[in-house]
Design a protein around this ligand. Structure first.
Ligand SMILES: [Zn+2]
Length: 179
């Protein structure tokens, strides 16, 4: 089970890299990240904006958001000027970037289940200039990072690491052992 402390590096990286959320909000974002393990960041961010005292219609208009959108004073307070330019997406995008890092960290920490197995890069998008060239390449676990890859242009890249098992190699070895 993830705790806020283990989430903090991922929250801090996303806050710093995207610049939508004020530095100092790492702990709050880490706590919201725990909810993102089982809920989409969009739902978590919306629910956070819905919680607490809501800004006025005039303030929503000034922010450029629709009158029926949820937006609490707490949610506005955590946004930087860059975040205020897209107030409905700022937290969601930050959570999404951070939770992908968390998921990669989980993959890297998972013991490889078989002798004939390895971890490989599994980038979902061909447009990712930094991630796609690594498609299906073996990951050096000792050197691998859970954080977004340098050069990836995406605000939240779902690059993941997958376990590949060489079933044939395993079978051949078992057969040899039997002789
Ligand atoms: Zn990428």
């Amino acid at each position: 089970m993830a705790d806020a402390q283990s989430m903090t590096p991922f929250a801090a990286e996303a806050i710093s890299a995207l610049g939508y959320i004020k530095p100092g909000c790492e702990h709050l974002v880490s706590r919201l990240l725990i909810l993102c393990v089982e809920n989409h960041p969009k739902a978590v961010a919306t629910s956070f904006r819905k919680h607490g005292s809501q800004i006025t219609k005039a303030e929503k208009k000034a922010l450029g958001i629709r009158a029926n959108a949820f937006m609490s004073y707490d949610a506005v307070d955590m946004l930087t000027p860059r975040g205020l330019a897209s107030p409905l997406e700022a937290l969601e995008t930050t959570l999404l970037r951070a939770v992908f890092s968390h998921f990669r960290a989980v993959k890297l920490a998972t013991p490889i289940p078989a002798k004939h197995a390895e971890i490989r890069y599994d980038p979902p998008f061909k447009e990712c200039g930094a991630c796609w060239p690594l498609n299906k390449q073996r990951v050096d676990i000792a050197a691998a990072t859970p954080f977004p890859l340098v050069g990836c242009f995406r605000e939240a890249c779902p690059l993941t690491y997958s376990v590949y098992i060489d079933y044939i190699g395993e079978l051949v070895e078992q057969e040899r052992g039997r002789r």
